[in-house]
Design a binder for this molecule. Sequence first.
Ligand code: ADP
Length: 458
Amino acid sequence: MTTGLATAKLSSENLPVLAVLVGFILFAAVILIILFMLSRALRALRIGAERFASGDLTQAIEVDGPLQVASLGESLNKMAQQLGDRLRTVIEQRNELETVLSSMVEGVVAFDLDERILNFNNAAEQFLGMRVSDVIGRSIHEVIRNPGLQSLVAKVLESDEPVEAELVLTLPAMDPADMGRTTYREHFLQAQGTALRDARGMRVGGLIVLHDVTQMRRLEQVRRDFVGNVSHEIKTPISTIKASVETLIDSGVQVKEEGVPDFLAIIVRQADRLNAIVEDLLSLARLEQEGGVNHVDLVLGSVQSVLRDAVETCSSKARQKEITIELRDLDDLQAHINAPLLEQAIVNLLDNAIKYSSLGCVVELSAELICGQVRISICDHGQGIEPEHLPRLFERFYRTDKARSRAQGGTGLGLSIVKHVCTVHGGHIEVQSKPGEGSTFYITLPMASDSSTDTIHD
Ligand code: ADP
């Protein structure tokens, strides 16, 4: 009885302890379960994040586990989806760019600020006869040795504006007629360069686009040779015709009858005209030839003496029309010139001024220094030129009034020659004119400077 009472007392005393123990065990079990689930969810997150980091954004993280962890998993999945979308857009844009670059007939070469090649497109590979994988990272000058390209690359890296140049590169070409042996050929390339910038607009290098104009240059050469050769061939028969007719006239042969035109005089006049055209065509062909291959020698000389010689040459024509040529503001300016060519240009302009002025007019000739350049002006007070003709005035055979020009013995080539002469001097020509009041032609030439060379390269 005492023992039974004691047991009952013990169990009623131990009950709270037991309850605490059971509670603790339950609590520990719950904590363990939570820790287990948390660790499993975190492991899944870690594996998923590692997968995203390795570039596999296709498989989403399976999100289960405690609320905070699940929402972290969802955020990671959302981020991966957005990254995937952006990556796809970037890849699409890159593919489009590559398609455009590889289908271009122009060669494209990109280089960094250290002038090392970043990329080449297919056309550039073909032009230059080298594979992009062999040249990436190498200095552009080590790969393509060319002084023109070297200065273009330097200009592209300095300038904010697009830069242009014509390059002549000697490039390898496979010769199928010679068992595929590599031969070397000259290529004329029109090059346009521009700065390469990153997304923030910072200059990171340059880009050069190369357009092969070799074929065009060859055709131009063929045309120039053709005009030159034909003109030479025509010159001899014209001289013979003229000499024969003049002999007939001198020997007193009469083909002139009442009411019948003087055929011999007509033949002489037309032979002279033909001769003038041929002379002008030959001058143009020579100018194009020499200008094109940089052969025009320019030496430091007096502009004033060229103008005086030109006036002298035109004085007889001026006298015939009682026209006075006044030399004004003639400072003794020095420029790098080719005196015979410059004189020919001034004579052409004075000749026009005389031709298109009325009897007794004045033609003014002056040379001044304006904005560091020599400006020669030839001003007449003749018939002037309608504004619609001005833009085309320097084209070959362009005449405002064909009949009048022919009647005056014009060839329609005089101003074309003047323009070419200005170009080979590194200068330009402009005109201002008012119908009925007269015209002024301005030739602008670069002023002599110490850095100038005697031969220009255009
Ligand atoms: P042309 O031999 O016919 O004079 P140019 O090339 O020298 O050929 O001139 C082209 C045309 O420009 C001329 O036919 C003429 O119509 C016009 N022209 C040139 N100079 C003058 C001028 N000083 N005054 C008026 N018209 C001019």
